[in-house]
Design a protein around this ligand. Structure first.
Ligand code: MG
Length: 212
């Protein structure tokens, strides 16, 4: 079993909201709820960072002060007693690597910024955006059962691909579309579900065709 978990909204607060609060640039707090096109949203954020001369070292410092939700560190440690863990997020490594490493030695798969030598953000490289389902598809192809935990619309493809989608404080309309999803509002409920999945027999391994 592999537990694939989203980061923001599940284990930590939304980092852009914190950046907006600390810098006073409130428009940076917009989300995909305000601008559904992620490319346009990111282009606007990059523009705002430039206008206000907010550079990567400062952004990383602000993000580094973000604290995980209470119990999140313990939850990740508990996951590791049951399964492998992957944190797959639309966040940026420059924002969230420090927070993740404070929670433990976990792998973070996220996007990265493009910046010049003085730390001015010029753009971004998307590795995860819109591809969370590919991560899960690949793990399934090599025989893993997947529990996927997320909270938002950007997790929908991941939920569709997972064996056990877990919707943490997710909106009603999203939950209605994920028929095999389990809706939860607490970490305790996630733990209970994982204990049940852990009891299931292992998936049958696909045998390789016999030679000759
Ligand atoms: Mg999220």
């Amino acid at each position: 079993m592999v537990i694939v978990t989203d980061l923001e909204g599940v284990l930590i607060p939304e980092v852009w909201e914190e950046v907006a609060r600390v810098t006073g640039v409130s428009e940076l707090a917009m989300t995909t709820h305000d601008e559904p096109d992620f490319g346009r949203l990111m282009d606007r954020r990059v523009e705002l960072l430039s206008q206000h001369d907010l550079r990567l070292p400062e952004l990383s410092r602000i993000a580094g002060d973000v604290l995980p939700y209470p119990g999140a560190t313990e939850l990740l440690a508990w996951y590791r007693t049951k399964a492998q863990v992957m944190i797959v997020s639309d966040t940026f490594h420059e924002f969230s690597e420090q927070i993740v490493q404070r929670m433990g030695p976990y792998n973070l798969f996220a996007n990265t910024f493009r910046a010049d030598e003085e730390g001015r953000v010029l753009g971004y490289r998307l590795r995860i955006r819109g591809r969370k389902d590919n991560v899960i598809r690949s793990l399934k192809q090599i025989g893993f059962r997947i529990v996927a935990i997320g909270d938002g619309y950007n997790d929908e493809l991941m939920f569709r691909m997972a064996d056990h989608p877990v919707l943490f404080n997710a909106p009603d309309d999203l939950a209605a579309r994920i028929e095999n999803g389990t809706r939860v509002t607490t970490y305790e409920e996630i733990r209970r579900l994982i204990i049940e999945v852990h009891k299931l027999p292992p998936l049958a391994l696909q045998s390789t065709p016999a030679e000759g």
